[in-house]
Design a protein around this ligand. Structure first.
Ligand SMILES: [Zn+2]
Ligand SMILES: [Zn+2]
Length: 592
């Protein structure tokens, strides 16, 4: 039986990847497709190919309806189980359901299902964790080889991290080694740029905000890189004039546009914005909007009775108005995924639509085509950089900085994310062994007991399990001592005399400490190479130096420690510790 209409090549690839994966494995899998890629078609084709019962779960009734409609358009008959749609059918081979409704009626799902498909599956790790997990758990009781497939455009969320662990291109996600992920494998992924370049999506016309811009950079961020609503409101309340000017520009540019979506930073902000727009052409939708009102407003917007749709973040998923051709971003975000999702609202193809105007008034400076790094941006001028692992050759994407010739001069990566294939195909139990994450570290703390290299946040050595000295303790102890000196190292200078290399550490206030390494003595050479050679070029090219003058020649690429601790001897200060890759409570040199 052929599909009633042809899938696009990438949709077919996604379907094939799913079949291939589940033929070999029962482990959960994720497909990443950008907004507008036609996920519902992929779901419909998978549902059509399945022989046994399958359940398609989503969190909003609009998506239940959309996915169901696509499936019916194949001329097939599927059921809907959704209280919001007033239908509770579960007798069909394929059931499209809302997670809330299934969760509330678990006793009606006692049949054996072979596959659960979760649309917008990045929500699985969110507040509904227990709902999704309970359903999966229950269905597993009927069928212990139940397959679970997720689909999403945003596999990474600032507050949750990556939703899967292993990527099919051979790398792992996330820096925390023991993190639990709701899904195991990403089995297919397509970037937004592919969709735009192939003409499957409308071209975004990215314009720099001309009139005014907010500056959120001074606000404190939480550990996910997000701001507190209170802080944002406070900042915005001081900039009413800015908001007014922005909205005036939006209205001016909107005269030649069909549908305008405005993304506000907070609910208060959204209300303020709405106040500046023509009342009879504007809808405001927040999380608190009554669902019936919301449906009605969205309906009127889609029918172009309303021109402006203001929202905070409620309309980033499951909302589809192809005529939208102007996106105004007035909210801060550092997530490339979220940014892509916001912009994606305006990229659907529509008759007569040439492009979609995108203006970022929040100074996010997110590049739409950049890959998601998966960590909060460490500072405003960082960009994603490619860093090759000297161990396995994998091309990592980290936050970093480049010089005018695009060479990486600094990066914030800690551990290589490459996956190494296991040495033997089959494990003891006949099970295929998992590939392991490459152990090469770009930043590390050395274990004083066994010499093992550990993550800079590790408390115990991952090799010998003994406690690793906390650099904060080291610094605190040294600062207490009268005969100790601690400098915040701002840089190093070198000089060579014969086989001896002298390193001078410069503190930010002009203090100096120095030490010498005699390269004619193997033991001293080894110490130098362990400290400095290993970290050569941001650990991108570890090197074992054999001569002092060789070091001098390449000194520009040596890494300096963040702190140096010395103890007073009779006539000089003897360097005892050089703390590299410091992370802790003390301020580093030249930090605010
Ligand atoms: Zn590696
Ligand atoms: Zn150890």
């Amino acid at each position: 039986m052929n599909a009633p209409f042809k899938l696009r090549p990438y949709q077919q690839e996604a379907v094939d990847a799913t079949l291939n994966h589940f033929r070999k494995s029962d482990e959960s899998a994720v497909i990443v497709l950008p907004t507008g890629a036609g996920k519902s078609l992929v779901i419909a084709e998978l549902a059509r190919l399945a022989r046994r019962k399958i359940l398609v779960l989503t969190h909003v009734k609009e998506l239940v309806e959309q996915n169901h409609a696509k499936y019916q358009s194949y001329g097939l008959e599927g059921g809907i189980f959704s209280a919001g749609l007033k239908r509770k059918e579960n007798r069909h081979q394929v059931t499209f359901a809302s997670v809330q409704s299934v969760s509330a009626n678990l006793d009606q799902f006692r049949d054996e299902y072979s596959l659960v498909i979760i649309d917008e599956c990045h929500r699985v790790s969110g507040e509904e964790t227990s709902q999704y997990q309970r359903i999966i758990e229950l269905l597993r009781q009927q069928n212990d080889s139940l397959k679970v497939l997720g689909l999403t455009a945003t596999p990474y969320r600032l507050a949750m991290g990556w939703i899967y662990r292993y990527h099919y291109r051979g790398f792992v996600r996330g820096s925390g080694e023991e993190q639990d992920k709701p899904f195991q494998h990403c089995i297919y992924e397509l970037p937004l740029s592919y969709m735009i370049n192939r003409g499957y999506l409308t071209k975004p016309e990215l314009v720099n905000a001309a009139v005014a811009q907010y500056d959120f950079s001074a606000l404190a961020q939480d550990r996910f890189g997000e701001y507190a609503e209170k802080d944002v409101n406070q900042l915005l309340s001081k900039h009413k004039r800015v908001t007014r000017a922005i909205i005036e520009q939006v209205m001016e540019l909107a005269t030649e546009r069909q549908g305008v979506m405005i993304f506000a930073a907070t609910v208060d902000h959204a209300r303020e914005i709405t106040g500046y727009l023509p009342e009879n052409q504007t809808a405001l939708v927040t999380g608190a909007t009554d669902l019936k009102d919301r449906d009605l407003l969205i309906q009127r917007f889609k029918q172009r009775q309303l021109k402006y749709l203001v929202n905070v973040s409620v309309l980033t998923t499951g909302f589809d108005a192809p005529h939208v051709d102007f996106i105004a971003i007035l909210r801060p975000t550092q997530s490339v995924s979220l940014y892509q999702q916001i912009v994606g609202r305006g990229l659907r193809l529509d008759e007569g639509k040439q492009d979609c105007l995108v203006i970022d008034y929040a100074g996010n400076s997110v590049n739409l085509h950049h890959p998601e790094v998966g960590e909060p941006k460490p500072n405003p001028d960082s960009e994603p950089v490619q860093v090759f692992c000297p161990g396995c050759g994998f091309a990592n994407i980290f936050w970093g900085k480049t010089d005018s010739e695009s060479r990486v001069i600094e990066h914030y990566g800690r551990r290589c994310q490459g996956l190494l294939e296991p040495a033997e195909e089959e494990g003891a139990a006949g099970q295929k062994q998992r590939p392991e994450q490459c152990d090469y570290r770009f930043r590390f703390k050395e274990c004083p007991h066994c010499g093992g290299e550990n993550d800079i946040a590790a408390r115990n050595c991952h090799q010998c399990h003994q406690a690793i000295i906390d650099p904060d303790d080291q610094l605190r102890d040294a600062l207490k001592l009268k005969d100790a000196m601690v400098i915040r190292c701002a840089g190093i200078t070198l000089s060579v005399a014969g086989s001896k290399l002298k390193i001078t550490y410069h503190g930010e206030d002009g203090e100096e400490l120095s030490e010498s390494f005699d390269f004619s003595k193997p033991a001293q050479r080894t110490v130098f190479n362990k400290l400095f050679g290993r970290r050569f070029a941001n650990s991108q090219a570890p090197k074992a130096f054999s001569r002092a003058d060789e070091v001098l020649e390449l000194q520009a690429l040596l890494s300096a420690p963040d702190f140096v601790i010395a103890r007073k001897q009779k006539h000089y200060w003897q360097v005892q510790e050089r703390i590299f890759d410091y992370q802790g409570t003390y301020r580093k040199a030249n930090e605010a």
